[in-house]
Design a protein around this ligand. Structure first.
Ligand SMILES: Cc1cc2nc3c(=O)[nH]c(=O)nc-3n(C[C@H](O)[C@H](O)[C@H](O)COP(=O)(O)O)c2cc1C
Length: 194
């Protein structure tokens, strides 16, 4: 190996070690890397204060033109949770709380808001990270764009015509030992050109 190549390899290795150390020392990065989908919950309730912490984090997300099209329906009612729980998200019925992240698809001045799904996704990720940060467990379960998943939520929650259920996030105290997955794949990165 040429000297230059050896230096480059050493530099890349050092950068990688430095970012791994930063990950361990920074609270935000630590939470990001500790987050995992949690699908089993204990019977311990989730407090109103905790729910508000999650919703404050969700609403801190970025959104196109800062339109903040997200709307949230917090479900604690057992019968409603049962109505929302299907094969793909049956854990909703077992979670103390389920938060339905909805998106307003129209703008106040009229017309479509084409960013609503991206905005709701950003809010959902913030919510999941906040749950991890305060010791709760949660999982993103899809609604939009699947009609068969959206319709039960539209009906059960009585959503207006221009508000769509984007996803449902059951939240509780973790009942299992789910671990975060290592998804770091340098081969998925391209520099300057594909
Ligand atoms: C758009 C989206 C839809 C998802 N839908 C479901 C779902 O319907 N049911 C479910 O159990 N998990 C669902 N998940 C969670 C993924 O299965 C999970 O994020 C993925 O397996 C990676 O695992 P991790 O979250 O532990 O890193 C969804 C995640 C995303 C981002």
């Amino acid at each position: 190996m040429s000297t230059l190549k050896s230096i480059l390899v050493a530099l890349i290795a050092m950068t990688s070690i430095t970012s791994a150390i930063a990950q361990e020392q920074n609270a935000a990065l630590e939470t990001i890397h500790a987050r995992k989908s949690v699908r089993t919950y204990t019977n311990e309730p989730v407090s109103q204060e905790q729910v508000e912490t999650l919703l404050r984090a969700a609403m801190a997300a970025p959104s196109g033109m800062n339109l903040q099209p997200w709307r949230f329906v917090v479900i604690t009612d057992e019968a409603t949770k049962e109505k929302l729980a299907g094969g793909f998200n049956k854990m909703i019925a077992k979670a103390p709380v389920a938060i339905v992240v909805c998106g307003k698809t129209t703008r106040a001045m009229g017309g479509e808001n084409r960013n609503w799904t991206a905005d709701c996704a950003a809010a959902t990720e913030n919510l999941l990270l906040a749950a991890e940060a305060i010791g709760l467990g949660a999982v993103w379960t899809a609604c939009y764009p699947y009609e068969d998943r959206m319709n039960p939520a539209i009906e059960a929650l009585g959503l207006p015509e221009d508000v769509k259920p984007y996803c449902i996030v059951p939240v509780g105290h973790p009942g299992g030992k789910e671990k975060p997955k290592d998804k770091w794949k340098p081969e998925n990165i391209h520099y300057n050109k594909w």
